[in-house]
Design a protein around this ligand. Structure first.
Ligand SMILES: [Zn+2]
Length: 66
C-alpha cells in the first residue's frame, strides 16, 4: 500500500534505501549538476547544501532537509 502511494505521488526512487551505491541515493543540483547530498543508506557522507541552497551556485534545492 505504501509503495503504491509512493508511486502514485511521483516519487522516482521508492526503493532507494535498498540499493547501496545506486546513484538514486544521491541528490544532484538541477542547475550545476554537482552532487549536493551523497548518501549511503541513511547516512549522509557529503553535504554541499547550505540554507537549502547548492553551495556551488546558490540554486535552491527544494524538498531536502538534513
Ligand atoms: Zn549548484
Amino acid at each position: 500500500m505504501a509503495r503504491k502511494v509512493a508511486l502514485d505521488t511521483g516519487l522516482h526512487f521508492p526503493y532507494v534505501g535498498n540499493v547501496p551505491g545506486h546513484e538514486g541515493e544521491n541528490t544532484y543540483c538541477p542547475h550545476c549538476k554537482n552532487i549536493v547530498i551523497r548518501r549511503a543508506g541513511f547516512s549522509i557522507l557529503e553535504n554541499h547544501l547550505k540554507d537549502g541552497k547548492c553551495t556551488d551556485c546558490d540554486q535552491p534545492i527544494p524538498g531536502i532537509w538534513v
